[in-house]
Design a binder for this molecule. Structure first.
Ligand SMILES: [Zn+2]
Length: 228
């Protein structure tokens, strides 16, 4: 039985990654409309000072709105950073409570991970309609549970891989090479996976934003990104 579930899971994940967009129970979004030059910058695993703040400075200076997928655990640690995201009018998404992989976890575990973060966000008067699973993965059960929370699942179309310790130039090159109308770009202000120095992410923004503007791209939060 477990083996069967595993195989079904792999097939679904394969299908999701091949098709780019796939609807099962709740919407799973990988990118926006490819006809308009609008893209979304997204930042995961925060908030984490000073990187969240430094990213916000670059975004606000450029009058760009972005989306932050926050971890409940980190919201508790850094309430001041959350307030800064909110006061900059950026969007906040739920990225679980403790960043544990949601593959092969019980429905109860998944539900609690989402609910705990929702409850903390409520104390900031935030009710988010978007969820990004840790590591962007989940099996059949995940879209079903996320549907109960009336949220969409947001993945990405460009992984900046800013968690690999690459230089800002390398990360920028990668993003600029892959950019397309409707791209959703994954970056990190926090450290769900590694030790978490995000200086290169901040520097990357300083390189790519002027370039992308020159190429005619506009920036949007996830909820305002035009879909197909
Ligand atoms: Zn993450």
């Amino acid at each position: 039985m477990e083996m069967l579930l595993f195989i079904i899971g792999i097939v679904i994940i394969y299908f999701i990654y091949q098709k780019g967009q796939f609807t099962f129970f709740t919407k799973i979004i990988f990118r926006g409309n490819d006809k308009e030059k609008i893209i979304a910058l997204t930042f995961d695993d925060g908030p984490q000072p000073p990187y969240t703040e430094n990213i916000l400075k670059v975004l606000n200076k450029n009058k760009i709105l972005a989306t932050f997928f926050l971890l409940g655990e980190n919201i508790k640690k850094h309430p001041e950073s959350v307030k800064k995201i909110i006061s900059g009018n950026h969007e906040i998404g739920n990225h679980s409570y403790s960043h544990k992989k949601m593959l092969f976890k019980s429905p109860d575990f998944i539900q609690k991970e989402i609910q705990k973060t929702d409850e903390i966000l409520k104390t900031y008067k935030i009710e988010t309609k978007i969820f990004r699973p840790p590591f962007g993965v989940g099996l059949l059960i995940l879209p079903f549970i996320v549907k109960l929370f009336e949220k969409n699942i947001i993945i990405w179309s460009i992984n900046s891989k800013d968690y690999l310790g690459l230089s800002a130039e390398k990360i920028s090159e990668r993003i600029l090479r892959k950019i397309q109308p409707g791209s959703i770009i994954l970056m990190h202000d926090g450290s769900g996976v590694d030790s978490g120095n995000r200086s290169n992410t901040v520097e990357t923004l300083k390189i790519i934003i002027p370039q992308l503007k020159k190429m005619g791209y506009k920036f949007s939060t996830i909820s305002n990104l035009p879909l197909k």
